[in-house]
Design a protein around this ligand. Structure first.
Ligand code: ADP
Ligand code: MG
Length: 379
């Protein structure tokens, strides 16, 4: 944090007005449900984007990242269609706030992030949310965190051009330490669900496969379109509206095996989120293990967004004694989560790494995820 403030001074020639921080996230359960008006359950990572800000006298944005080479990027007039590379994640938030009618002037920004990029851990939302929270404070906008998250989603959808749901930004803005965040993406009601693994002798590993299959974005669009087609065939607004108990009848009415798979995943996945909440409320944290494994099978076989590397993490971890595991995030690479007994964590991690090594695959990056705090001002 001190580094970020000092580097800001060196870059821009004046001291920043403040320093803010926003985390990346992992999703415990509820995958691909956030664009189907469904349920998600992410928690914040201890990995964060930390950014120092200073207000300018004009309306321009200057942004610099300690994690990338190069001079500060200047965006004179933030607007969709004026791509400035990574700095779009900063400029787009300024644009979205202004577009919503808020009086936001220009800013200088210097940031550094420990959220791995492109690993399905939402480094992009961390960037957007740290900017939104800082602007909210600096310009006295008085917006609620959910409003900030929604504006960040709009920034990413319209300006960056990534058609993501509302989960990532809400997680970064609204999570609290020691909890997973239950979010109903239809009405945006939230609930903090206690999720303190260390207290019950458990650990959650994040395994970043460090692979990203090239077709992931096109496939994401196809899944979204397929879900919309399924909802249309069933005559509902969104697949969220198909009750779990009516799934067999709904499947009978669908036109193709592909759409049946998509619908079955979304409906059973929403149900899995509800099951996980019930288990956590009942204090049965170990009980969620099999639900995670079931969720992975559904993403692999029905929604078809897994890949050999993610399947290998799950299979090798479970074979080595993990309580449960599943891919997390959009799929086609990125990360998986593994729930293990504290005492078995070393042996499970070793088994996963050996499985990758024996197949000549790049070694995954493994870390323990402790549910951390949402975005906040540091100074
Ligand atoms: P994810 O959100 O899963 O990490 P995305 O593709 O949505 O992956 O976002 C990653 C992009 O966000 C990067 O390509 C980069 O443009 C931007 N980004 C994330 N972290 C940083 C950073 N520390 N510095 C500069 N740009 C970053
Ligand atoms: Mg992202």
């Amino acid at each position: 944090m001190a580094d970020v403030a000092e580097e800001f001074g060196r870059l821009y020639g004046y001291a920043p007005e403040g320093v803010w921080e926003a985390p990346g996230r992992v999703n415990l359960i509820g995958e691909h449900t956030d664009y189907n008006d469904g349920f998600v359950m992410p928690f914040a990572l201890p990995h964060t984007a930390v950014a120092a800000f200073g207000r300018r006298t004009d309306t321009a944005v200057r942004a610099h990242s300690a994690d990338l080479p190069g001079e500060p990027v200047v965006v004179a007039e933030p607007a969709p269609g004026t791509s400035a590379g990574w700095a779009d994640y900063v400029a787009s938030v300024v644009w979205a706030l202004r577009e919503a009618g808020h009086e936001v002037g220009g800013v200088d920004v210097h940031l550094a992030s420990t959220v791995p990029t492109g690993a399905g851990l939402s480094s992009s939302a961390a960037l957007e949310v740290v900017v939104a929270l800082a602007l909210n404070d600096l310009f006295g906008l008085g917006l609620e965190r959910q409003e900030l998250a929604t504006l960040c989603q709009r920034a990413e959808n319209v300006y960056v051009g990534a058609p993501t749901g509302i989960m990532d930004q809400t997680a970064s803005a609204c999570c609290t330490a020691g909890h997973a965040l239950f979010l109903d993406t239809r009405d945006l009601t939230r609930r903090q669900v206690p999720f303190d693994l260390a207290a019950v002798g458990l650990r959650l590993l994040v395994v970043d496969t460090q692979v990203k299959h090239a077709h992931s974005e096109g496939e994401y669009g196809k899944r979204r379109a397929g879900c919309e087609a399924g909802a249309a065939e069933l005559g509902v607004t969104a697949l969220r509206d198909v009750p779990f108990t009516e799934l067999p009848a709904a499947l009978d009415r669908l036109s193709s095996a592909e759409i049946r798979g998509l619908v079955r995943h979304i409906v059973t996945e929403n149900h899995r989120v509800e099951r996980v909440i019930s288990l956590l409320d009942a204090g049965d944290v170990r009980g969620i293990g099999p639900v995670l494994v079931e969720g992975h099978a559904s993403l692999r076989d029905d929604f078809r967004v897994s890949c050999p590397e993610l399947d290998l993490v799950v299979d090798s971890a479970v074979a080595a004694g993990a309580l449960g595991a599943r891919m997390t995030g959009g799929g086609f690479g990125g990360s998986a989560i593994v729930l293990v007994e504290e005492a078995a964590a070393g042996q499970v991690e070793k088994a996963v790494l050996e499985a990758f090594a024996s197949r000549g695959l790049r070694e995954p990056r493994v870390f323990t995820a402790v549910p951390g705090a949402g975005a906040r001002r540091l100074r």
